[in-house]
Design a protein around this ligand. Sequence first.
Ligand SMILES: Nc1nc2c(ncn2[C@@H]2O[C@H](COP(=O)(O)OP(=O)(O)OP(=O)(O)O)[C@@H](O)[C@H]2O)c(=O)[nH]1
Ligand SMILES: [Mg+2]
Length: 228
Amino acid sequence: MSSFETIENNPNLNDLKTITIMKRVLESNDQNAIANRRAFDAKGILAINLMSAPGSGKTTLLEATAKRADFKFAVIEGDMETARDADRLAKLGVQARQITTGTVCHLEADMVRDAMDKMDLDGLDAVFIENVGNLVCPASYDLGSHISVALISTPEGDDKALKYPVMFRAVDLTLITKSELAPLFNFSVDRVKSEVKRIKPEMETIVLSAKTGEGLDSWLNFIKSRLR
Ligand SMILES: Nc1nc2c(ncn2[C@@H]2O[C@H](COP(=O)(O)OP(=O)(O)OP(=O)(O)O)[C@@H](O)[C@H]2O)c(=O)[nH]1
Ligand SMILES: [Mg+2]
């Protein structure tokens, strides 16, 4: 530090302060997430956190799941504004609770807890939590789910896994969505599969299309194999 710099404006110290505050936020989030997981466990519910860039097909997948699943589920929808996604699921008879985060680009565990408190969780097999569309921030916040899933849609390009490794390290399953459009976008399924394996060798990948139905059985079987 030069003799002209105060402790307040030293850039290194400010970095340190930011890191300390972030660490505290994440620690407090982790505590809330553990409580959520216990609450899901107490009801025998499998909780699944769906994450992806905006428009990758999270809500469409949940709609397709609602039409075909033989297990009972509810959804918690996270968006910065509007109840559009919750309305889409409610139209199909699914219990759906919208969280609007305002300026926040991800869901946090206490937001999920608020939603859970307003829902009827009795008799459910699963709760899907659709995170805010964003391939970055949601990966850092445990919500109390048992499984995390990332979606990459073919129009986004096949180079995303290694560009956003934090997300793919955080999830248990990668879904390649809008598969029927892959030829149109020169999208290599093999490239994504090999890149996610480089990030996480035990990663499972399912290729699916909500339009043609490809992969939906594998998706439903994956979820069913993990129900409590
Ligand atoms: N061609 C094609 N389009 C799809 C498929 N799945 C979803 N879409 C379309 O992709 C668009 C976005 O889908 P959504 O399900 O709303 O995406 P989302 O990930 O929920 O978006 P956000 O909630 O805004 O992050 C819609 O126009 C869907 O009809 C698919 O398998 N094939
Ligand atoms: Mg959505």
